[in-house]
Design a binder for this molecule. Sequence first.
Ligand code: TXA
Ligand code: MG
Length: 375
Amino acid sequence: MQTCYWKLQNNEQDAEVMSKAAAFIQAGEVVAFPTETVYGLGANGLNSEAVAKIFAAKGRPNDNPLILHIADVKDVEPLTTGLNENAKALMEAFWPGPLTLVINKSAIVPDAVSAGLSTVAVRYPSNKFAQQLIKACGCPVAAPSANISGRPSPTNAQDVWEDMHGKVAAVLDGGNCGIGLESTVVDTTEPVPVILRPGGITYEMLMEVLGEVEIDPALQGDANYKPKAPGMKYRHYAPKSAMYLLESEGAKLLPKFAGNALAEGKRVGVLCSKETAEALRADCKGLNLPAEASEKLLISSWGESLEELAANLFYLLRDFDRTMPDVILAEGVSESGIGLAVMNRMRKAAGYQIVIVVDGEPSLKIGELPLFMLK
Ligand code: TXA
Ligand code: MG
């Protein structure tokens, strides 16, 4: 399939692009588009055959339901048998924005979208291009993240193109996504709402509106719990190189581990804050490593704040698939605010290879430390 690539310019030419993109979606085709979180792969959410094309393009398991995107609060009504007070309060506080609500579904929502569940996930994005597209389509737009299943979600149109050209009708390029992590998913059908996936609308923000909110215990990576969002159970975001996440006190061991791995001749990818990156570069100078050893140190810094980390994380993880280090060492961060969502994605990317310090000694949460960390 020939894939069209259309750049959105924020001028009057966009209207023409939007109507061509909407025509594809109305004809049952798939179009990738920007949102404030990550890029989505959109199709007519009320057309099972169109929805099946999304699953095919991504290579996504059929038991993983999709989010329906709307561009007006009142468009949620036909999709549900009714909204409770918690759902209404969250819509009022956070829509449009990076919050997806799981609600009881009505009969018009195809099983292909809800993967046979009695609920449906709905989101009203704040991104203007997303809103224009959904309005032009005149139907709810089913859209998962626009990556091949298992890869990090794309946060720019080039990354979408890499995964989707030849598989979808068009890619709309609306620049970089501001938030960079997928929306928060909240199940509002429980008496106390449950966060199934943390995201840009934080635990603290939800608590302020609801007074009470739970976090799905499966998010901690405990194999005894099955996640309530089917998508959260899959291996996800993992770069091709082995990745270790250094949490809490473990983060302080980053320079030592990097030095040991370099001494073994490994190419070492480091994912860290600007401050840590600067300290590491100074350390390397102090060590007087031979030129070829320092060339093997690939430092990817996300900047200074948790928001910058969220915005850059998926791009940096994808970049490691281009540079392919032998090992990736990632610095853990605080779980406050958007840090909860960041740490959830980083733990998955690391395949739960998490280094912590126990009784003053480094240890891996699951399994054995690799040799270069034992020196
Ligand atoms: O930010 C986002 O949410 C992006 C953009 C494109 O809007 N979309 C996105 O979709 O991340 P996707 O399909 O990659 O992730 C949707 C998540 C999955 O973990 C899925 O299992 C869960 O939401 N989900 C969807 N419907 C559900 C339902 N009825 N009950 C529980 N979880 C559901
Ligand atoms: Mg996804």
